[in-house]
Write a protein that binds this ligand. Structure first.
Ligand code: UD1
Length: 419
């Protein structure tokens, strides 16, 4: 099994270009089932994307990835379609459940494996199913599969999500495109990735309006012409490298191919902590601060602080003066990185949903184990600031979501090797 070896305490400088967003690409790929021919640019070449493409191929679509250009072309000739998402593909990548909305909308039926829990929590799909039922789908759960059917097609209606979910908003949005009449979705997630999905669906011909957390969709026909879409940048990858710069960029780390306005709350938080950030139109410059201040943060749906950056921020907070607190409000089991960070010398205590971090502490290299995607990258950040050598096991988690991680960090003078 592959491992990462990191020799810590190397100053970071240079430039990192941010890849396309994994979490924006996945629902767009799922929605491509509705189209005839789409070209999607700026896709990140990471494991989760390849798994979703494998699922599309399994369903019967034809796909062509041009790796050198980060482009995928998808053709749906409507031939030999399998309205099935099997367990072996959905279990490794939960976003597989997003094909439910498009299969149901286009082919009026779907059989999709229940994704099951994962390291960060139970992660049910009840809200996805709630919305699809409201749209008129008949749904049964049997043998670990969701059986969904809408013999006469889906029908537009008003749906208020009892709580905010990114995936349920995406599934409902895709399903509503062709639903009869008008659909109003209330209390929706409004992550930039959802806005990117909306912009893709609009190119496909959807009639969608946004107001606050309400999305209105009027029944539309899917365009038969080819469309081209460029996926937005990965704001979580950006946040991760901004934190790397906050920890180790004494002079300057330039991060480009981004839009700083999309991550305003993260930039404000880092500035409050004492990091110097200079915003430009499509880039940011990060310079490590001198005296770092404590902070209390709660993870929230966008535009709040993202749960996907919680583990990375925690590493930074081990280096600030005083006691900081992070309340994890989205997932119930997202502190798996804490025992590993403690083995490296961090002073962190967990009380219910809150991690209490005492800083500053010197971290020392150790052999640690990655548990999920974002926890893994927090261990990389910890390894970069630790004394001596850190070995990170189970790095397949990292490969699910970070494109060219070692290459990007090495280019900025980090000592990191995969063995
Ligand atoms: C997406 C992101 C993930 C991110 C998360 C929250 C993708 C591929 N993944 O995951 O990286 O951490 O948003 O920003 O985009 N919930 C239910 N019932 C449901 C659905 C969700 O109770 O049917 C709960 C979840 O358990 C969780 C909360 O709602 O506690 C938010 O989850 P959700 O926004 O749905 O996350 P995902 O779409 O799975």
């Amino acid at each position: 099994m592959q491992k990462l070896l990191i020799k810590g305490k190397k100053e970071l400088s240079g430039k990192i270009s941010i890849s396309g967003s994994k979490n924006a690409t996945l629902p767009i790929l799922a929605a491509s089932i509705l189209a005839k021919h789409v070209t999607i640019k700026n896709i990140p070449l990471v494991k989760d994307i390849f798994t979703m493409v494998e699922l599309l191929n399994f369903i019967g679509l034809k796909t062509k990835i041009i790796k050198k250009k980060n482009i995928i072309e998808i053709f749906n000739f409507d031939k030999k379609i399998n309205t099935l998402a099997p367990y072996k593909l959905v279990k490794t990548m939960r976003a597989g459940v997003l094909v439910l909305g498009s299969l149901l909308s286009k082919y009026k039926k779907a059989k999709v494996s229940l994704p099951g829990g994962c390291a960060i929590g139970t992660r049910p799909v009840d809200l996805h199913l709630y919305a699809l039922k409201k749209l008129g789908a008949k749904i049964k759960i049997k043998n670990g599969y969701i059986y969904a059917e809408a013999k006469n097609g889906l029908k537009g209606t008003k749906i208020r999500f009892p709580s905010i979910s990114v995936g349920a908003t995406e599934n409902a949005l895709i399903a509503s495109f062709k639903a009869k009449g008008r659909t109003v979705l209330k209390n929706c997630a409004m992550e930039p990735e959802i806005k990117d999905l909306i912009s893709f669906l609009k190119k496909l011909g959807a009639n969608i309006n946004l107001k606050g957390r309400t999305i209105t969709i009027k029944e539309s026909k899917v365009k038969s012409s080819s469309i081209i879409h460029q996926v937005i940048f990965d704001r979580i990858e950006l946040g991760t490298y901004m934190i790397a710069g906050a920890l180790l960029a004494k002079k300057n780390l330039l991060i480009d191919k981004i839009q700083p306005n999309i991550i305003k709350s993260e930039i404000d938080i880092l500035k409050k902590i004492g990091i110097k950030i200079i915003k430009k139109k499509n880039s940011v410059n990060i310079i490590k601060g001198k005296s770092l201040k404590r902070i209390n943060i709660t993870t929230k749906p966008y535009p709040g602080f993202p749960t996907d950056l919680q583990a990375q921020l925690m590493v930074l907070l081990t280096q600030v003066n005083g006691v900081s607190k992070i309340k994890e409000n989205i997932f119930e089991n997202r502190f798996m990185h804490v025992p590993e960070l403690k083995r490296m010398g961090a002073h962190i205590e967990i009380k219910n949903k809150t991690a209490i971090i005492k800083g500053p502490t010197k971290l020392t290299g150790a052999e640690v184990m990655a548990t999920d995607l974002r926890a893994s990258v927090s261990l990389v950040l910890a390894g970069l600031i630790a004394e001596n050598r850190t070995i990170i096991n189970r790095i397949y988690h990292l490969d699910r979501g970070y494109e060219f991680l070692e290459r990007k960090l090495k280019n900025c003078k980090a000592e990191i090797t995969r063995v």
